[in-house]
Design a protein around this ligand. Structure first.
Ligand code: IVH
Length: 609
């Protein structure tokens, strides 16, 4: 993946560019590759490896010490995510044995399948939405601002290449084995994770093996990589525009299976969106039994021309949920039945609506439709929202079912005795934990409260932007649509959704009750970062972590007060704004150039926060 560059991390140039591989999807293309190589440099040894499906990382070691971890980025420069990389167990911070004084180890950061499933089980227990696939989750995890959050995720790493001037061997294979001795997690030759061959036949044997066995692996791979083993020959073969002539990736085709569509069921989510789900005759696909596939919406069913009883082709790419990619129309018997999208909600019987231009059908009965009630409450209590400890999806369902709560505001009226009276499964400790979690949630900042309200289309990022720009719920509730549209990240759909949300008396009542319960409905002064031109003409370089701001927040604060933010320290820098964990290199540079270093408190004083 890579490619996308976030502004939260410092950008650094790679000492050696991070190339990408040419892809091939057929054995003929692999044979062509071998012919091209041998035409150029004669017969050679090849090294075959697994193609890990994760996130590329470049790790710099100096005197055996991990000094930097950088994402691939655009191949030339990437994000410095050293603090996050240091939390990955299989990345050694200090090497053993005899290693080159300075080199880079490149590899892939990924989730082992077991760990990924565990993470999703934890999310399910908390009533949170599941992660779709290990690769994207690994990428997202590495972009977390707090390394502690990254550590908790439990990522892993495999090294697939070394770059440097004084590597132990001319053979890539030997170098990888040496890296294992220094403490890296490297591919295991005994398990055929890495292997050498002297001809096409050997390469094909490796491809055959993994094409069959890949589903039994403990991590996802999306192909194998074939490399010329000799580093000097690699150099001689050189590069094309973007990828090396000495290596090629062979990608496995996404696996397909055919099975019968037994029926279509409909799921109602917390926003009332109705999603059709294909109920399939169970079929083995990519190592797991598939029984259901998402159909997204009515249009999707139409596009596929799907009929109940059809033999369908299901495919599993990197996603956990398989998709239907086609219908075997030739195998129809005439017994198949058209899929008729329901006109009423399968959960509460209300007439469904479909807004113009939207593909999704919605159940508008938001206050009485059971999955919408529980879904909204589950969303509200989630970790990134009100973060109520001890309140998972099952508990929410129980509280709604037993009539203790009907909406999110009811949570704040709950008494410990009421929970204890539920009997089975409830004890002094669990009841106290829930009540304490609810009480503690009152301290959650406004931006999270806004996200927790569950306004359709207002996700985490949008809620944050809106909270900071608008400052309070009172202002947001009375903002005309035109004014909403002038906000960053807010387009027509979001503006309309916000207006509709606050136009509903039921929602306004809930906001009032939450306000009475003591929730935060305005940004705190340090978050709001004042505004003005107190910093006019001043240029800041920001480094480290801050207690009252996140990375974006502190930059916004500078800009809102008329200052400029720059990425690197120069003579033109007015101040280096240092948080905890400021890099030693920056401190040294600031000192050399005589640039004043200030802390968060002094900064707050400057802007009058
Ligand atoms: S070698 C010049 N080996 O695939 C080639 N890459 O498109 C440098 N990858 O960004 C990469 N497993 O993240 C190599 N055994 C392996 C790999 C591997 C996965 C990824 C890597 C790179 C992409 C190449």
């Amino acid at each position: 993946m890579g490619g996308d560059i976030t502004k939260e991390f410092q950008q650094v140039a790679h000492a050696y560019p991070m190339l990408s591989l040419g892809n091939s999807y057929s054995r003929d293309e692999v044979a062509d590759f071998v012919r091209r190589v041998e035409k150029a440099v004669g017969r050679v040894a090849y090294c075959m490896e697994l193609k890990y499906d994760g996130v590329a990382i470049s790790l710099s070691y100096r005197q055996g010490e991990l000094v930097r971890g950088v994402t691939r980025g655009d191949g030339e420069k990437g994000d410095d995510i050293t603090a996050n990389v240091r939390t990955v167990r299989s990345i050694p911070l200090r090497l053993r044995g005899t290693f080159p004084p300075s080199f880079e180890a490149r590899g892939e950061i990924l989730f082992m399948r077991a760990r990924f499933e565990e993470l999703n089980a934890e999310r399910a227990a908390r009533g949170e939405e599941l992660y779709a696939n290990p690769r994207n989750t690994a990428a997202g995890s590495l972009k977390q601002q707090d390394p502690k959050d990254v550590a908790r995720r439990g990522l892993d790493n495999f090294i697939y290449t070394l770059q440097g001037e004084q590597l132990p061997s001319r053979s890539h294979y030997e170098n990888i084995l040496a890296a294992c001795q220094w403490g890296f997690r490297t591919p295991d030759p005994e398990r055929r994770f890495i292997e050498r061959a002297s001809d096409l036949e050997g390469i094909m044997a490796f491809i055959d093996h993994w094409d069959k066995e890949r589903h039994a692996l403990e991590m996802d791979i999306d192909g194998v990589v074939i490399k010329v083993d000799d580093l000097r020959l690699q150099e001689e073969l050189g590069l094309t525009a973007k990828s090396p002539r000495w290596a090629i990736a062979y990608k496995f085709a996404a696996e397909q299976a055919t099975t019968r569509l037994n029926g279509v069921t409909y799921q109602v989510g917390r926003t009332g969106a109705v999603t059709p789900v294909a109920e399939l005759e169970p079929v083995l696909l990519a190592g797991t039994t598939v029984k259901r596939a998402s159909l997204h919406n009515a249009d999707q069913i139409g596009r596929l021309g799907l009929r109940i009883g059809d033999v369908v082709r299901v495919e599993k790419g990197g996603e956990i949920i398989p998709k239907i990619v086609g219908v075997e129309t030739a195998r129809r018997t005439g017994e198949e039945r058209t899929v008729i999208f329901p006109e009423t909600c399968p959960e509460c019987g209300t007439w469904l609506v479909r807004d113009e231009g939207e593909a999704q059908h919605y159940c508008p009965n938001e206050h009485a439709c059971p999955p919408q009630i529980t879904g909204r409450i589950e969303h509200f209590v989630g970790r990134k929202m009100m973060a109520m400890d001890g309140l998972g999806g099952e508990t929410v369902v129980e509280l709604v079912r037993t009539g203790l709560i009907h909406d999110v505001a009811d949570l704040y009226d709950l008494k410990k005795e009421q929970l204890l009276a539920l009997g089975k499964g409830w004890g002094e400790k669990s009841a106290a934990q829930v009540i304490e979690g609810i009480a503690a949630s009152k301290a959650v900042p406004f931006e999270q409260v806004l996200f927790a309200l569950g306004i359709r289309h207002v996700g985490e990022t949008v809620a944050k932007k809106i909270a900071r720009a608008v400052g309070s719920i009172d202002r947001l509730m009375t903002m005309p649509k035109e004014e909403l549209l002038s906000l960053d990240e807010v387009g027509d759909v979001i503006a309309q959704s916000i207006t509709d949300f606050f136009a509903a008396a039921g929602n306004r009542r809930i906001v009032e009750r939450l306000r009475l319960a003591g929730l935060r409905f305005q940004v705190e002064p340090s978050q709001h970062h004042v505004a003005g031109d107190k910093l006019k003409g001043l240029t800041f370089v920001v480094s480290g972590v801050f207690s009252g701001y996140d990375r974006d927040g502190i930059k916004e604060a500078i800009e809102r007060n008329g200052g400029k933010v720059s990425g690197s320290i120069s003579k033109k820098t007015s101040f280096v704004l240092a948080g905890a964990d400021m890099g030693p290199a920056k401190r040294q540079k600031a000192e050399e150039l005589g640039v004043k270093i200030i802390g968060e408190e002094e900064f707050d004083r400057m802007i009058g926060a």
